[in-house]
Design a protein around this ligand. Sequence first.
Ligand SMILES: [Cu+2]
Length: 126
Amino acid sequence: MSETPPASYDPSAATRIQVTLTDLLKIEPAALTVPAGKPVTFVVTNTGTVFHEFTLGDAADQTAHDKEMMANGGMSMPKDEPNAIGVEPGKTKELTYIFAAPGQTLAGCHVIGHYAAGMKAVITIK
Ligand SMILES: [Cu+2]
């Protein structure tokens, strides 16, 4: 995989990107551009009425996380991870991450059925 979780970084130097999770099973915006090698803080708001999550990673990571979610019933995340947060309805949470190298990756929501319905965003790392 082309990403690494944040090691040490200056939070004030992070690029901040607003993201919205919706009950229409969308991550908005559906296309994001982030810098490589610098901390990026995603400010993730769930505007819906059900739990959603925001998981960073390539297609293989997304598939692995989907299986992990299914093993736990598919409705919530047991705990946040360095590349994934769950966001309750009406709440905003932040996830800071460093994308190591230029390329492309994804963000997805893995509440049961959401990813398959298209709840994902394409992230271009420059
Ligand atoms: Cu969702």
